[in-house]
Design a protein around this ligand. Structure first.
Ligand code: AMP
Length: 291
C-alpha cells in the first residue's frame, strides 16, 4: 500500500486511471479540493468512500476563481502534507494534482461554463467572476474523470447549488452529494483560511455560526418570519465583535438563490454570512426548512 494514494499529475494519467476503474466495473467518486487539507476535507473523503468504489481527490488551486485582489498567490500549497494526510486517512485511492498548464493549456482561458442568476448574490456579488471560475474548472474535472459521484461541502452552499444546476443542465452523468459543514468544537466552520486568524480573531470567529444558529432557532422555533429583522439581528451580533467586519448577511431561496422579503411556510431558505476577521474572509451558512 506504499503507493497509496497514487498521485496523478497529467490529464492522460487521470483518464487512464478512470478507464481502468471503469474496465473493472468500479464506480468513481471525485472530491474536488484546493488542498491545504483540514479535518473537514478528510471527513468529505470519508463520506466519499461510502458513495462508491474508487475515491479520487483533486488538489488544484484554481487561478480562475480568484479575483485580482484575492489571496491566490498566498493561498497555502501543501501537497506533500496533504498526500500524507490522505494516506493516513486511508479512504482515498488516487490524488489528481495537475499542473496549471494541464488545466489551462493556453494560460488564459477562452472557454467558460457559467450559470446565470444563481451567482448574482451572496459570494457572487462580492467576488465577481468567482463562480465562473469554479463551474469552469469543475466542468473540466467532470469531463476528464466522468465521476459517478462528486462530493462537496455544504459550507460552500452557494457553490454546491450552482454546481448542481450546472451538472444537471449540462447533462453530466455525475450525482452531486452535499456534506454538512464540519466544525471545530466551538462551532467555527473548518476552513483553510482559519490559519490566517490571530488569537483574538480566532476567539471571535465562532460568532458567525452562533449568530446563524440564533437565526435558525428564531425561525424554526420562534415563528420569526421578518427577513429584515433576521439580517439586522445577525449583523448586530457580528458587529459586537470588534475584530469582525461583515461582508454580507443574506437570506435567499435554495432554488434560484434570490434574496427573500419574507419567509413562506413550507419553503427552504439559505441564510448565509461572509465576514472578515483581519485579512481572513470566512463564510458560513445554515439551511432552514420554514415550518
Ligand atoms: P476548498 O479546498 O476550500 O475549495 O474545499 C474543497 C471542498 O471541501 C469543498 O466542497 C468545500 O465545500 C469542502 N469543505 C471545506 N471546508 C469544509 C468544512 N468545514 N466542512 C465540510 N466541507 C468543507
Amino acid at each position: 500500500m506504499s503507493d497509496h494514494p497514487l498521485t496523478l499529475t497529467t490529464i492522460d494519467d487521470a483518464r487512464s486511471w478512470r478507464a481502468a476503474a471503469h474496465s473493472r466495473g468500479e464506480t468513481v467518486v471525485l472530491v474536488p479540493t484546493m488542498g491545504a487539507l483540514h479535518d473537514g476535507h478528510l471527513e468529505l473523503v470519508r463520506r466519499a468512500r461510502e458513495e462508491g468504489d474508487q475515491v479520487i481527490v483533486s488538489i488544484f488551486v484554481n487561478p480562475t476563481q480568484f479575483g485580482p485582489n484575492e489571496d491566490f498567490e498566498a493561498y497555502p500549497r501543501t501537497l506533500e502534507l496533504d498526500v500524507a494526510k490522505l494516506k493516513s486517512n486511508g479512504c482515498c485511492d488516487a490524488v489528481f494534482a495537475p499542473d496549471p498548464i494541464e488545466m489551462y493549456p493556453f494560460g488564459s482561458n477562452k472557454t467558460w461554463v457559467t450559470v446565470d442568476r444563481l451567482g448574482d448574490h451572496l459570494c457572487g456579488a462580492t467576488r465577481p467572476g468567482h463562480f465562473k471560475g469554479v463551474t469552469t474548472v469543475v466542468a473540466r474535472f467532470f469531463t476528464i474523470l466522468t465521476p459517478d459521484v462528486a462530493v462537496f461541502g455544504l459550507k460552500d452552499a452557494q457553490q454546491f447549488f450552482i454546481l448542481k444546476r450546472m451538472a444537471h443542465e449540462m447533462g453530466f452523468p455525475t450525482r452531486l452529494a452535499g456534506i454538512p459543514t464540519v466544525r471545530e468544537a466551538d462551532g467555527l466552520a473548518m476552513s483553510s483560511r482559519n490559519r490566517y486568524l490571530n488569537a483574538s480573531e480566532r476567539a471571535a470567529a465562532p460568532i458567525v455560526n452562533r449568530s446563524l444558529q440564533t437565526a435558525h432557532h428564531s425561525i424554526s422555533k420562534g415563528g420569526m418570519r421578518d427577513v429584515d429583522k433576521i439580517i439586522l439581528d445577525i449583523e448586530a451580533q457580528l458587529l459586537a465583535e470588534p475584530t469582525c467586519r461583515p461582508d454580507y448577511v443574506s437570506v435567499v431561496d435554495t432554488e434560484e438563490l434570490q434574496p427573500l422579503e419574507s419567509l413562506e411556510s413550507g419553503s427552504q431558505v439559505l441564510i448565509a454570512v461572509a465576514a472578515y476577521f483581519g485579512t481572513a474572509r470566512l463564510i458560513d451558512n445554515t439551511i432552514v426548512d420554514v415550518p
